[in-house]
Design a protein around this ligand. Structure first.
Ligand code: 5GP
Ligand code: ZN
Length: 114
């Protein structure tokens, strides 16, 4: 069995509430939402974190950002605005070592983040 939880979701070996899927990314609801709308956009390819992203990933990362906005629009959070977050490694607070974009909305966000 795949050790990576998000690879398992990508492979259909673990359940998720999928909002969008194409040949490069999948978007699904975060299982522990931090806002009224909180979903993740995950490349199908296992890239551990932003620290491993290079020129060869420009297309997939750009596509993931575009899908984040598309799904955010469907979720009705674009007009008021939303937050896109990518946690990277230990200081970034990353807990799942498979690159993912958090999209959070439906409430007022604060700054600075914790
Ligand atoms: P990180 O802390 O790595 O930036 O974010 C990981 C996110 O994935 C967390 O918000 C957490 O709630 C979510 N998460 C962890 N495991 C699962 C899972 O198995 N399914 C889903 N849908 N979300 C998960
Ligand atoms: Zn993975």
């Amino acid at each position: 069995m795949n050790a990576c939880p998000f690879c398992r979701i990508v492979a259909g070996e673990a359940p998720a509430e999928v909002l969008y899927r194409d040949d490069r990314v999948v978007a699904f609801q975060d299982s522990n939402p931090q806002a009224p709308v909180h979903f993740l956009v995950v490349p199908l390819e296992h890239i551990p974190s932003l620290a491993e992203v290079g020129d060869e990933h420009e297309e997939i990362v750009g596509h993931a950002v575009s899908v984040a906005t598309t799904v955010a629009r469907r979720q009705g959070i674009v007009e008021r605005g939303f937050r896109l977050v990518v946690n990277c490694r230990r200081h970034g607070g990353q807990t799942i070592p498979h690159l993912h974009l958090h999209v959070l909305g439906g409430r007022q966000m604060t700054w600075p983040p914790g």
